[in-house]
Write a protein that binds this ligand. Structure first.
Ligand code: SF4
Ligand code: SF4
Length: 211
């Protein structure tokens, strides 16, 4: 049976949003004298792990510029089934531990859960929440405010959720979205933030209401 891998880099998360600690593990691995000479970007490490599996027939990698095409094509010369060394596989285990610790909600950003009838920006909320663990709480808050438009009268933050459950039926990751949104709200809107947001809305003459 052919095995075709979609979203091999988790919608780009494994390429662009690895926690700094995980990036450092790959960087050190790439500069190690034992490392075979192939590009050591996080994307390359991710793709090589898949090509290393004998069951995988084809990897559908989304590439956005010619440099990525060139990098991926070059990788296929050195990464094939069973090609990863024991040392390289050990690095993946370390990176996986760091990644799982940081990615509290396993959302890929696929948006299959949208549209929410209440207008909640579900992937945006989860991205901000995860970022608050990976890059720091302030970075997460910035994403949260930008992604939810929470200072507007009609925003897309978790408070608008009415627990209808429509989104959960469509999530391929089986994320308990309703409960997870509650966690997002608790983390991203502690009391001082709620007071600050209320003040901003009052200043702007916006009274919050559900979408
Ligand atoms: S459960 Fe909440 S977030 Fe999900 S679709 Fe319904 S209102 Fe939107
Ligand atoms: S369907 Fe699931 S994985 Fe996809 S964006 Fe929505 S919550 Fe995230």
């Amino acid at each position: 049976m052919p095995v075709i891998i979609m979203e091999p880099l988790l919608g780009g998360k494994l390429a662009n949003s690895l926690p700094p600690e995980a990036q450092e593990i790959f960087r050190l691995g790439t500069s190690s004298p034992d490392h075979r000479k192939w590009s050591g970007s996080p994307a390359a490490w991710g793709l090589c792990w898949l090509w290393n599996q004998s069951e995988v027939t084809v990897v559908l990698s989304g590439m956005t510029d010619p440099a990525q095409v060139a990098e991926n094509a070059a990788l296929t010369d050195v990464c094939s089934a069973g090609s990863l060394t024991g040392e390289e596989l050990a690095l993946y285990s370390k990176v996986k531990d760091v990644f799982n610790r940081a990615n509290k909600i396993n959302c890929t950003g696929c948006a299959y859960c949208l549209p929410c009838p209440q207008g909640v920006n579900i992937p945006g909320c989860f991205s901000a929440y995860n970022t608050s663990y990976i890059m720091g709480w302030r970075s997460g808050l910035q994403l949260y405010i930008n992604g939810t438009g929470i200072t507007a009268a009609k925003s897309s933050d978790p408070a608008a959720c009415i627990s209808c459950g429509k989104c959960e039926k469509h999530c391929p990751q089986n994320i308990p979205i309703i409960e997870s949104l509650k966690k997002v709200k608790i983390r991203m809107e502690p009391l001082p933030v709620r007071i600050a947001l209320k003040t901003v809305r009052a200043f702007l003459g916006r009274h919050k209401k559900s979408c």
